[in-house]
Design a protein. Structure first.
Length: 109
């Protein structure tokens, strides 16, 4: 079998040359990706000027939980690491004291 001719670079989807946008062109970005760096949407606690999460504030805890009763992740609540830990402790305390259910009935929704 004769040797293959050299193409000068890798070919295929992961190749360095060619491709959909050429060599030095950037992929077009959408408007949602073009946020100024360092500016995040404020968290629920910052919007309502709350200092901390309290286990007795059941309405606030329910806003930060999904309909099944699970605690929402940080990327959805937009809380800091400390605030998210505080939220988790507050939810667990409220569940232990029967202020919140451990599991909500999913048929109601």
């Amino acid at each position: 079998m004769p040797p293959r001719p050299s193409t000068g670079g890798r070919s295929g989807p992961g190749g360095k040359r060619g491709g959909k946008f050429g060599r030095n062109q950037r992929k077009p970005t959408t408007a949602s990706k073009m946020r100024t760096p360092g500016h995040r949407k404020p968290s629920y606690l910052q919007e309502h000027r709350l200092d901390h999460v309290d286990y007795k504030d059941v309405k606030l805890l329910q806003k930060l939980m999904n309909p099944q009763g699970k605690i929402l992740p940080r990327r959805l609540t937009r809380l800091t690491v400390t605030q998210q830990r505080e939220l988790t402790k507050a939810v667990k305390r409220a569940r232990f004291l029967a202020m919140l259910p451990y599991v909500m009935d999913s048929e109601a929704y």
